[in-house]
Design a protein around this ligand. Sequence first.
Ligand code: AFP
Length: 334
Amino acid sequence: MGPSPVTLTRFILEKQAAPPGATAEFSALMAQIGLVGKMIAQVLRRAGLVNVLGVTGEINVQGEAVKKLDELANDTFLKVFQHSGLVCALASEELEKPVHLPENWPHGRYILLFDPLDGSSNTDVNMPLGTIVSVLRYEGTGGLPSEPELIRKGTHQVAAGYLMYGSSTMLVFTAGQGVHGFTLDPGVGEYLLSHENIRMPRAGKVYSANEGNYHKWPPGTRRFMDYLKTPDKATGRPYSARYSGCLVADVHRILLDGGIYLYPGETDKPEGKLRLLYEANPLAMVVEQAGGQASTGTLRILEVEPKGLHQRVPLIIGSREEVSLAEQFIQGMK
Ligand code: AFP
């Protein structure tokens, strides 16, 4: 009989893998995030069938009108958290404004900012998808936070993580004391510790970018991409290309094996495509905690001063060696 399985809750309680002084409520928060993951995974496993049912305009087996999966994932977050007594505000990629809980509802001190379904274009082709979560703690004295109190620099996050719906469903998170990965055992409905204290290799062999945008990139970014593809045995080039269309899946691969993911700024869209508060910031916290780096190309992601809830930012994230090299090319030093 091997070692006894370590569940997400047991791990957090035993390792105090929580923000200082908040172990019990944090493990409850993570358990609820895990629940959202199980509920989304459950729907995604049958997405094709739901679509088929939906296309005929019928209602699905749950007797609900078939919703877009993004909307369904978003609704799952609201349903699980609104009455949890753990949060005081929720902000989602799917909602223009944050959701503030009514004063008289039970609420806690956590603020969640999330992308409920990342890579949603992958649902119809059975490719990986993810959910990304950024966790802030409300330090204000008033009852509930105002919108500006949700728009914080990434260094203010107390925790961050993601769910990945791939060949298995995984939950990966950090609360500032390392990065830990859990794999859902569907048979028992528990997330079991599978990757304790993930460390990202200093350098990798893989780059992940949508090269269909190459012609839109500024010269420095193009020179970096050309460098990665120029054979040089001494530096182990050329790299292999891997791009899934899901940020979570591409970053997860790089977290474990090393390498670099880029969604850079473009000449006529310098801010890029990805969102700062609930995509770049949480993944940057996870990657830095694993020994990697996350940059806009000129600035550490976690230091970017946010201006709006849905602000976009260029994202260069992965192994230290490749990210700092990308910065040198982008800043014209190479
Ligand atoms: P969608 O959720 O709209 O599919 O966008 C996914 C994403 O935000 C990120 O997960 C991917 O890495 C990136 O966009 C893919 O964007 P491109 O299709 O422009 O390469």
